[in-house]
Ligand binder design. Structure first.
Ligand code: F0G
Length: 446
């Protein structure tokens, strides 16, 4: 544990503080979310972000190789000896002019931050390297998470790389096979609950409290510290410049929360001169954030969030027995645990929220697949959302936009195969059947 870091409740009426040697994930005094805070005056932080580039020269040190720990001064809560890394964060920022054309943006303005290149194939590894380092620091031996799939894959991978046991909770029939296969293959105890992600999230918190397991969902503030690094790498990919817009899918709202915190800290430290705007994209079948922000006018309000609006909204979901449904199973969540931190991020980044349909998501996914690196449906919500924001004129054609592609295309092969085979969208590319005959085959080839 470092002296310069501590945990602090985000509720301004509480503000309780705790050292980082404890694992609790919610404020024991008031039940609100916790933040990791730093006494920056006591920490050496490079004077320019470009200083971090020096670590490329010493990447035979696993901490310098890691795309998270390369920036370790900015998430400084743990000694090096406890840090767990398996080479996460070797991801790229791809300028993509073909996708830019689809969303009516100018050449050279659209960038895809491809997090599918992580060891478990999604952005989650940025968070798990940070959370498992804390787990080791506090001596945890057993861990758990609820998941729409990617968290479970990442938890399973990291747990076994550092000798911690893990149990993952998934909603029955709610998880893409690529992800389920990973959790089983990496040796996680997998518990399928007859319910959705929100049910799993409730259960896992009780299980962790009762059995003293280390919780790895994005309620865990140490996880979010690692996810800040995705933003550092976007800045790095742009030659240490800040884009005009960040676009991110919204599920449990850990990423958007972490990104807002990253920019607020960088600005405070004088490492960037302005904060980019942020767009968070829901699927229409799981659009709690969109509804609360755009229709119910819920805001951060300096931390004094109107809890009654949230309580009424959730009571209505319960009364209607509502369960979210979208092809983007990763973001099929109706009670996002990081809602309040996300509202803070919207405040920091002058953020906007939009929802896109499954049809729009699947077309955008096929387009990215054809012209980019491929991604899973939730990731493609960013491009579908950007298309909306361009049509509205909120984002200009010559602004620099970075979309976070959160997960690999192979995470959810069924969606991809069905889209093409069953001709579900504009970009369907179905296989052509041919008899086992050379002349016929030759005629088919264009
Ligand atoms: N994209 C992908 C591929 C995801 O797996 C998730 C979340 C999100 C976006 C949403 O991110 O929660 O930070 O807003 N997946 C979680 C899971 C919930 O269990 O794997 P968020």
């Amino acid at each position: 544990m470092t002296d310069a870091s501590y945990q602090k409740c985000i509720n301004p009426n509480c503000g309780a503080e705790f050292d980082c040697g404890q694992a609790m994930f919610k404020c024991p005094s008031c039940g609100e979310l916790l933040d990791i805070r730093y006494n920056w005056d006591e920490i050496y932080v490079p004077s320019k972000m470009s200083e971090f580039a020096k670590r490329w020269a010493t990447r035979d040190n696993p901490l310098d190789f890691s795309g998270v720990w390369r920036f370790r001064e900015l998430l400084n809560y743990c000694e090096d000896e406890n840090k767990v890394t398996i080479g996460e964060g070797q991801t790229i920022l791809q300028q993509n002019d073909a996708v830019a054309e689809y969303v009516d943006m100018e050449t050279g303005c659209l960038f895809l931050q491809y997090e599918g290149l992580n060891p478990s194939g999604s952005f989650k590894d940025n968070g798990m390297t940070a959370a498992f380092s804390h787990a080791k620091m506090v001596g945890a031996t057993s861990s758990a998470c609820a998941s729409t799939g990617n968290t479970s894959a990442s938890v399973a991978l990291y747990a076994h790389s550092c000798g911690i046991k893990c149990t993952v909770f998934i909603g029955s029939g709610r998880i893409a096979f690529g992800k389920l296969s990973q959790a089983m293959d990496y040796g996680a105890q997998t518990i399928q609950i007859l319910g959705d992600f929100d049910d799993c999230m409730r259960q896992v918190q009780d299980v962790c409290t009762k059995l003293g397991l280390y919780l790895l969902n994005s309620l865990n503030p140490f996880r979010l510290e690692g996810q800040k690094a995705i933003m550092y790498r976007i800045i790095e990919g742009l030659g240490w410049e800040v884009p005009d817009w960040i676009i991110v899918p919204g599920g449990n709202l850990g990423n958007s929360s972490a990104f807002g915190k990253a920019f607020s800290e960088l600005k405070q430290l004088g490492l960037i001169d302005h904060v980019p705007r942020m767009a968070i994209i829901n699927a229409t079948g799981a659009d709690t954030l969109t509804d609360l922000v755009n229709n119910k006018k819920l805001t951060w309000n300096d931390g004094h969030v109107d809890q009654a609006i949230i309580d009424n909204y959730y009571a209505d979901l319960t009364a209607r027995n509502f369960s979210p449904h979208t092809c983007a199973s990763a973001i099929e969540i109706s009670r996002p645990v990081n809602l309040k931190k996300c509202l803070r991020a919207i405040d920091i980044c002058d953020g906007v929220v939009r929802a896109v349909t499954d049809e729009e998501i699947l077309d955008a996914k096929a387009l990215i697949g054809k012209h980019g690196l491929g991604c899973e449906p939730a990731s493609a919500a960013t491009i579908a959302g950007l298309k909306h924001l361009r049509a509205e004129g909120l984002i200009d054609a010559d602004q620099r936009v970075a979309c976070v592609l959160t997960g690999h295309a192979l995470k959810d092969p069924d969606r991809t195969v069905n889209y093409h085979k069953d001709k579900q969208g504009k970009l369907s590319n179905p296989p052509i059947e041919a008899s086992n005959d050379l002349d016929e085959i030759l005629k088919l080839i264009k």
